[in-house]
Design a binder for this molecule. Structure first.
Ligand code: NAD
Length: 367
């Protein structure tokens, strides 16, 4: 953890002259002034989402990209140049346990294929670094729970990359629901999907993905139903449809419709798919009002309206707000409206398992 004093000391003594480099790098000319403790982050997995997070972090006030961990070390020089990363903060998948001895890295953001999240989280935790892990946090609930337990045992925090929990319009809707603006919630509808391309990608390989659309995109409707309704589902039913069994092999779900029941009596009806376009929509209705968001979980701008009119909160880059907020959660124990803790991730994994079981058996499954 970096205190303001540590940071100022580093400003004086750093042999790498990093702060000066930042000022002379035109890519970073918009670097904002330091405003509080700085979370120093290494990204593990330099793929497409890793790149999006790294670019968004240029605008962060409380978090800074300082390290890289890659299984393809040939990617590292380009990233080092783009983000001003010193050699001593670069690792590969064999040696990243050595991060334990690196006092200049506080946290590792794991942005690799789903099946790698569990073993990588355990190694990072044992190296005593905080973990931010992408969704789905694991490929099953048991591994997810072990990730929570090992992080706890090693005294580090585990946060899941649920960026929507920080998105301004989403936050406004959650606050409206908490204030009773919609009255008693009766129904949530979540539609999460896209048509996936390249059949050889890891997302369609069960060994690496743990499943199909549900793990990747359906999870947004699951997580969304929980933060929108404000309750935990107690049962699920589900139906699977597969139109292309060659592309979507055994254990890789193409399309699943699922329903959930909540303790209050509210119900949800959701769709998760890798085969349909234009699906990114949430709708919720209560006795006194409604909200419709479309897009609801894409990178934005999120758009939506309620019975009171359009949602007008300004768009901010999701990953920038997420990392600034996560820095405060990790360094200052900031409490959130809707938690992004490992425990929250475990709840989603349990619901995914229940949905898979319900789709397979045709039975209603208690969560
Ligand atoms: P990607 O394929 O673009 O990148 C994955 C990275 O992992 C690549 O750098 C790849 O080289 C590396 N990798 C390591 N071992 C690998 C292996 N055995 N096979 C294939 N690649 C391997 O994927 P991505 O879109 O960046 O997704 C990475 C993670 O981020 C996933 O868990 C995904 O669910 C998550 N994600 C989250 C969001 C979000 O909005 N929160 C968006 C996209 C992806």
């Amino acid at each position: 953890m970096t205190t303001r004093r540590d940071f100022l000391d580093k400003m004086k003594v750093t042999a790498l002259g990093l702060p000066l480099l930042y000022h002379s790098n035109p890519l970073l000319a918009h670097e904002t002034p330091y405003q509080g403790p700085m979370l120093r982050v290494a990204i593990m997995g330099l793929g497409s989402y890793g790149n999006r997070v790294a670019e968004a972090m240029r605008e962060c006030k409380n978090a800074k990209l300082v390290g890289l961990i890659s299984g393809t070390p040939s990617k590292i020089p380009k990233w080092q140049k783009a983000h001003n990363i010193p050699d001593k903060n670069c690792y590969n998948y064999e040696n990243f346990d050595e991060i334990k001895d690196n006092p200049d890295i506080d946290a590792v953001y794991i942005i690799t294929p789903n099946a790698l999240h569990h073993p990588q989280t355990l190694r990072v935790a044992k190296a005593k670094k905080h973990v931010i892990c992408e969704k789905p946090m694991a490929t099953n609930a048991k591994d997810a729970q072990e990730m929570v337990d090992v992080c706890k045992a090693n005294g580090v925090k585990l946060l899941i990359g649920y960026r929507m929990h920080f998105e301004p319009k989403t936050v406004a809707v959650i606050k409206m629901r908490q204030a009773g603006e919609f009255g008693r919630i009766r129904f949530f509808q979540g539609q999460s999907g896209f048509r996936i391309g390249d059949p050889t990608q890891w997302r369609l390989n069960k060994e690496l993905s743990g499943g199909g659309a549900m793990m990747d995109i359906g999870i947004y409707s699951i997580n969304g139903s929980r933060y929108m309704v404000g309750e935990e589902p107690i049962w699920v039913t589900a139906q699977e449809t597969k139109t292309d069994p060659v592309k979507f092999k055994e254990g890789v779900d193409e399309t699943i419709q699922f329903q959930m029941g909540f303790p209050s009596g509210a119900v949800a009806s959701c769709l998760s798919t890798y085969q349909m376009r234009h699906l990114d929509r949430f709708f919720m209705t209560g006795d006194d009002g409604f909200v419709e968001m479309k897009p609801s979980t894409g990178y934005g701008p999120i758009e939506g309206k309620t019975h009171l009119g359009p949602l007008t909160q300004p768009h901010k880059t999701h990953q920038t707000i997420q990392m600034d907020e996560m820095a405060q959660i990790i360094l200052e124990d900031k409490k959130q409206l809707v938690s992004v803790s490992g425990e929250e991730g475990v709840k989603d994994m349990k619901i995914i398992e229940a949905i898979y079981k319900a789709a397979k058996t045709g039975m209603r499954v208690e969560v």
